[in-house]
Write a protein that binds this ligand. Sequence first.
Ligand SMILES: NC(=O)c1ccc[n+]([C@@H]2O[C@H](COP(=O)([O-])OP(=O)(O)OC[C@H]3O[C@@H](n4cnc5c(N)ncnc54)[C@H](OP(=O)(O)O)[C@@H]3O)[C@@H](O)[C@H]2O)c1
Length: 226
Amino acid sequence: MRVVILSGGSGFLGTAIRNQLGLLDNIHVLIPSRSPREPLHDHEEFIPCTITSPQDVEALIGHASTRGTLTHIINSSGAFDMGDAHEETPEHLGMLFDANLFGPWTLARAAAQEMIRTSTHGTLTTVASMAAVQITAHQAAYQIAKTAVLRLSHLLAEELAPHGIRANAVLPGYIVSDEDAESPGQAKRTNWVRVSDVARMVLWCMSDASAPLTGGALPLNHLPPG
Ligand SMILES: NC(=O)c1ccc[n+]([C@@H]2O[C@H](COP(=O)([O-])OP(=O)(O)OC[C@H]3O[C@@H](n4cnc5c(N)ncnc54)[C@H](OP(=O)(O)O)[C@@H]3O)[C@@H](O)[C@H]2O)c1
């Protein structure tokens, strides 16, 4: 049984990713969450966990090994807020860095060690943002955290390639629900992307179809006309 750990699985994009994972066989999905809720699919399990806590993550990885082989990490954890660089406070930086960088890093680190220990050729997929590559004022902490998490993904790709572990990032623009994407005129919006399209690209990153790709940073910023 392949085990997937999906951080941010309780969120907007996380729910769409869970719907795509629900179509796969031979897979068990663990969702670390500060507020666990009811699963949507038979093979899902919410685990009480704060992903910035090494102790919580260690317990999560231990639990994964009782369910099968930890093969895929999807880091969809994140938080957004506005703020100018010259006005940032340590508390606000801490909140945005925890959600977007330190949590995903803590999880990726522990998972990579487990994949190396079990000789598993797994995947680490990070949901960064177009904010990592496009400068937009008044969202300083978010932009810096997303830039850092993208660099983290690139470094993981370099360092883990000898172990057969791949690391890729998707960079969504503004994610809209499938319903909103269908509204007249929305296709003209630049930098928008449909949530189910992002979820499908995340699953592509963890699939054998993307086997030649590591260190990728895939911009997802196109809303095809309906
Ligand atoms: N929505 C967009 O337009 C957009 C655009 C580009 C990129 N993204 C990125 O896509 C990912 C998913 O976004 P989303 O819109 O689905 O977000 P969301 O609905 O707000 O969900 C955020 C998730 O992050 C988890 N999380 C873990 N630690 C956190 C912390 N310290 N603070 C806040 N949340 C924490 C939450 O899990 P628990 O509460 O269960 O612990 C929650 O499931 C994020 O990385 C986001 O930056 C989103």
